[in-house]
Ligand binder design. Structure first.
Ligand SMILES: [Zn+2]
Length: 389
């Protein structure tokens, strides 16, 4: 198959030749493409490191009984992501009882084992919690009754239920036993990420020394009021060994903060994530038995508090906002959605780049002054998974 578009760095129109799910070569100009054309941007497919659910569907169900039920939740999320230019994502399992987290992971794993299309879309699973700060603010919307200190045996049971697919793990490094836990995670090939944390600057540095490599949605899952300096935000910003992920939905971080984080971390250390939840894309109103609320702005909050309860926008919004609110170029913003997330997962050389030999995960889009990117087509391992009508 041939796919045509403009390269984001030079604007040059090229046609990519795809063979056996990989990029086999590039030719200049328009060469009889099946997808795309000279007026659309061509980028490596976006990889969302943090996707909880969307449009009423959730990866954190934990009670799926049969494959049909699993599919009823998984495929709509897959399709929503593809429509937002995102062929690849990490289903994110969040704080709950050990039994329920294992249930969600086991159900997800059964679904992945049964369908190569899902396997291609899911390079890894991200677990966020339950080893997070119990403090109001850093805890965010994670249920207090299920927050607990790090437990390596529990992690191993989660990893077993996930068939070894957990590759990214977010925890708070200040909890009892967190630093040795981070060392064990790292030694077992899982990327340790700090998030929902109230850690001291010293503990942030110790966590990085222990192997933590990522700050999860930096600037969110934090106190509403904080000592101006020193604090855990400056420390993570200043630490050059730490990648930062950001939720660039326009609600989680003000544009000025997003711009500063992007400038400090730079396009090789910044990854945009959606952190979208099942309420994303739903009409304003009260949900989850009145616990959560979707506001008319699309903001999702813990009812009656200023705390956000996950995001309602996907990667098409995040990438457009990076271009709009920061001084990253389009090519750099796209790297933050593809190359950097792939590098965080250790997939460099295979995913996240428009290069011969890499998997043919591709995003074709147009960009305008307002709103999300307009996805023209999304390909996952050479297969068209979304195409605009
Ligand atoms: Zn979070």
């Amino acid at each position: 198959m041939r796919v045509c578009g403009k390269l984001c760095d030079t604007g040059e129109v090229v046609t990519a030749r795809l063979e056996a799910g990989r990029i086999a070569g590039f030719e200049a100009g328009v060469r009889d493409p099946a997808v795309g054309g000279p007026d659309v941007w061509l980028a490596a497919g976006f990889l969302d490191l943090q996707l909880n659910g969307y449009a009423g569907h959730d990866f954190n169900v934990g009670t799926w009984a049969d494959p049909a039920e699993v599919s009823a939740d998984l495929y709509p999320i897959l399709e929503s992501a593809a429509r937002a230019g995102t062929p690849l994502f990490c289903p994110t399992i969040t704080t709950n009882s050990a039994e329920r987290m294992r249930g969600s992971l086991a159900a997800l794993t059964r679904a992945l084992d049964a369908d190569p299309r899902l396997v291609r879309a899911v390079p890894a699973i991200h677990v966020e919690g339950p080893f997070l700060s119990p403090e109001e603010g850093p805890r965010g919307a994670h249920p207090l009754e299920h927050i607990r200190p790090p437990d390596w045996d529990e992690f191993q049971r989660l990893q077993e239920a996930a068939g070894g697919r957990i590759r990214l793990y977010t925890l708070a490094p200040e909890l009892d036993g967190a630093l040795p836990f981070i060392e064990k995670l790292t030694a077992s090939g899982v990327v340790a990420a700090m998030g929902h944390t109230a850690a001291s600057p010293e503990t942030i540095r110790e966590a990085a020394r222990s192997g933590a490599r990522v700050s999860t949605h930096l600037g969110n899952g934090a106190h509403a009021l904080i000592r101006r300096h020193p604090n855990y935000l400056w420390e993570q910003l200043a630490h050059d060994d730490l990648f930062a992920t950001v939720i660039a939905d326009g609600h989680h971080l003000p544009p000025a903060v997003l711009k500063c984080v992007a400038r400090v971390k730079g396009p090789e250390r910044l990854a945009v994530v959606s952190d979208a939840v099942s309420l994303g894309g739903l009409a304003p109103g009260s949900y989850a038995g009145g616990r959560h609320e979707v506001l008319p702005s699309g903001k999702i909050v813990v009812a009656g508090t200023p705390y956000l309860a996950g995001a309602g926008h996907l990667m098409d919004t995040g990438v457009a906002n990076l271009v709009r609110f920061t001084d990253l170029s389009l090519a750099q913003a796209v790297r933050c959605a593809a190359a950097v997330p792939a590098r965080i997962l250790g997939l460099e050389g295979r995913k996240g780049e428009l290069r011969v030999g890499c998997d043919a995960d591709l995003t074709l889009f147009r960009l305008s002054d307002q709103g999300p990117l307009e996805t023209v087509a999304t390909l996952c391992a050479g297969e068209v998974v979304f195409r605009a009508a």
